[in-house]
Design a protein around this ligand. Structure first.
Ligand code: ASP
Length: 579
């Protein structure tokens, strides 16, 4: 094979007169009469035009080594859209290194292809400029994160993949053990317990670009396997963890955008819920929720006799049609609202609304002044208990005004002081909002020990925090419990009995007997960060070999059945699927 001297996309007018050899794939070929043909050759750096005397035996995606002399293109044939468009490789000779069948989809240009076909032929999809750019950006982001963590004196440690279960609130993937038939390893939902043990082990600052596995339904921002920057630090509080992570994500953003993001603001969870109706607010736009409870405190309107009333206002949004309003109302109902009230403001402050006649003059003027609504605006109101109201308006806010993923810049946000429990299950046990190793807020420890009613427990704050980017939850972390007594109390509250906690987490509780430093940590999803930085809506676009929405891999056909010998060796018997 002729030795490559240059990359296609790196040739320029500086190379005119040089004899070069470039190697790559045929992006396009055009015959020009019988004795002249143009071949656009593509490699990882770009495309260059090669002029050959014929191209009869050359097809798209053939792999070639092309040798010739770089020359200037006649001005009328220069291509300004191509970085190498002012030059070409002339009088080229071609060595065919590999033939190619016609690809199932076009590699150049953006064509809409069914995603299953793209994933089945991922090796072809990876040749596209989109995937080349996304995966190279991903590598640059990983490198920036590593650099930042190294600079901040973190030590990179690898934790095992075959482990006992680590609870992160998802289902485990399990692996049967051959040497211990009937027993199973779990694949890590996160390295959580190992990183805490590293702190007991005096590592002080740990990080890992860690693969995690969670058996949950797949979504645009969720795959079974994902990669996270996982870290833990000793003798610090949450603020120091957030500073370290802010630094790492800023470095990552800078390598892609060329700009360092502003310092990342922090808001408490309760404020996020009240202002944006979400614990992962997209703050690229306003449309904040406004509280109207006091405006309607004495209302005669039955639908407004509720613990909470809030509204959002769309400036100059009043020309929306009845059909669209009905659709919004249906959506609000599907999110759990009893109804959605809309109020349009007319030219002299008069209002149009299906419920106008149920509101008093004072209520209408209170509504308009509180919402600062003027001519042409429309307000949407929801009345219910607090959680329902903020949930519905939070979703409505996104529905009405959320910009596309690649618009509106990068708005990072820290959400702090999450509640310790997010809900209570049917057995009356509270469910941890983060994971059971999260330290309650120091000021709420007393409330925690006194609370016997589940609803009081929901008031207890934790020392957990989330990092949000443009409305996506990038990651979570917390100050951890490092005391056996508090950890036991939490297990007890969660309904995890002595025996179960000993069996599942005995090793952690044992470690805490031997001097556990106060510690705190964090993890953020690298797939999500990369997707947002490169402007992709779906994390599959930044993963080399993703699964489809149904969790299968059309490339390798995973998951597949295994043969009887393997089953026997593992002591497994497969039952027919339940009907
Ligand atoms: N283990 C957590 C997770 O994977 C992150 C953390 O608390 O550090 O979400």
């Amino acid at each position: 094979m002729t030795k490559r001297t240059d990359y296609c996309g790196r040739l320029s007018s500086d190379d005119i007169g040089r004899t070069v050899t470039v190697c790559g794939w045929v992006s396009k070929r055009r015959e020009h009469g019988e004795f002249l043909a143009f071949v656009d050759l593509r490699d990882r750096t770009g495309i260059v035009q090669c002029v050959v005397d014929h191209a009869h035996d050359i097809r798209s995606e053939y792999v070639l080594a092309v040798t010739g002399t770089v020359r200037e293109r006649p001005p009328e044939t220069a291509n300004n859209d191509l970085p190498t468009g002012s030059i070409e490789i002339g009088e080229a000779t071609v060595e065919i290194l590999s033939h190619a069948e016609p690809p199932p989809f076009q590699i150049s240009g953006r064509v809409d292809v069914d995603e299953t076909i793209r994933i089945r032929h991922r090796y072809l999809d990876l040749r596209t400029s989109r995937m080349q750019r996304n995966l190279r950006s991903r590598a640059a982001i990983n490198a920036a994160i590593r650099r930042s963590m190294d600079d901040q004196e973190f030590v990179e440690l690898e934790t095992p993949m075959l482990i006992a279960s680590t609870p992160e609130g998802a289902r485990d993937f399990v692996v049967p053990s051959r040497l211990s038939p009937g027993n199973f390893y779990a694949l890590p939902q996160s390295p959580q317990l190992f990183k805490q043990l590293c702190m007991v082990g005096g590592m002080d600052r740990y990080y890992q670009i860690a693969r995690c596995m969670r058996d949950e339904d797949l979504r645009a921002d969720r795959q079974f396997e994902f990669t996270q920057l996982d870290m833990e630090m000793s003798f610090v509080d949450g603020r120091e963890v957030r500073a370290v992570i802010s630094e790492a994500v800023s470095e990552a953003a800078e390598v892609i955008t060329g700009e360092r993001p502003d310092s990342i603001p922090e808001i408490p969870w309760s404020e996020a819920m009240n202002r944006y109706g979400s614990d992962k607010p997209d703050i690229r736009f306003g449309l904040e929720l406004v509280d109207l409870t006091s405006v309607f405190s004495d209302t005669d309107f039955n639908a407004f006799k509720a613990p909470t009333i809030k509204g959002i206002k769309v400036e100059a949004g009043g020309d929306i049609g009845r059909n669209q309003l009905d659709q919004l109302t249906d959506k609000a109902k599907s999110w759990g609202a009893k109804g959605l009230v809309w109020v349009k403001v007319g030219s002299s402050g008069e209002v149009t609304s299906p419920v106008a006649k149920f509101m008093s003059e004072a209520e209408i003027s209170g509504l308009l002044s509180t919402m600062e609504a003027t001519e042409g605006d429309i307000c949407y109101l929801v009345a219910d208990e607090w959680r329902k109201v903020v949930h519905v308006l939070g979703l409505l806010r996104l529905e009405l005004a959320r910009p596309p993923v690649n618009e509106g810049g990068l708005c990072f946000l820290w959400v702090v002081d999450f509640p310790l429990f997010e809900d209570v299950d049917d057995d009356g046990n509270p469910l941890p909002a983060h994971h059971p190793f999260t330290m309650p807020h120091a000021d709420d420890l007393e409330l925690l020990s006194k609370s016997s009613v589940a609803s009081d427990l929901l008031e207890v704050r934790s020392q957990a925090y989330d990092l949000v980017l443009n409305g996506w939850e990038l990651g979570s972390g917390s100050v951890r419990i490092h005391r056996r007594d508090i950890q036991q109390q939490i297990f007890h509250l969660l309904g995890i009995g002595e025996e179960e906690s000993q069996q599942k987490f005995g090793f952690l509780m044992d470690a805490f007997r031997y001097g556990a430093p106060p510690h705190a940590g964090f993890a953020f999803g690298i797939d999500r960060l990369v997707a947002l930085l490169v402007g992709e809506e779906n994390i599959r676009e930044v993963i080399a070999f993703p699964k489809t929405q149904s969790g299968t891999d059309p490339l390798t056909n995973a998951p597949t059945s295994i043969d009887q010998t393997q089953l026997d060796e593992l002591g497994l018997r497969v039952l027919p699927p339940a009907t």
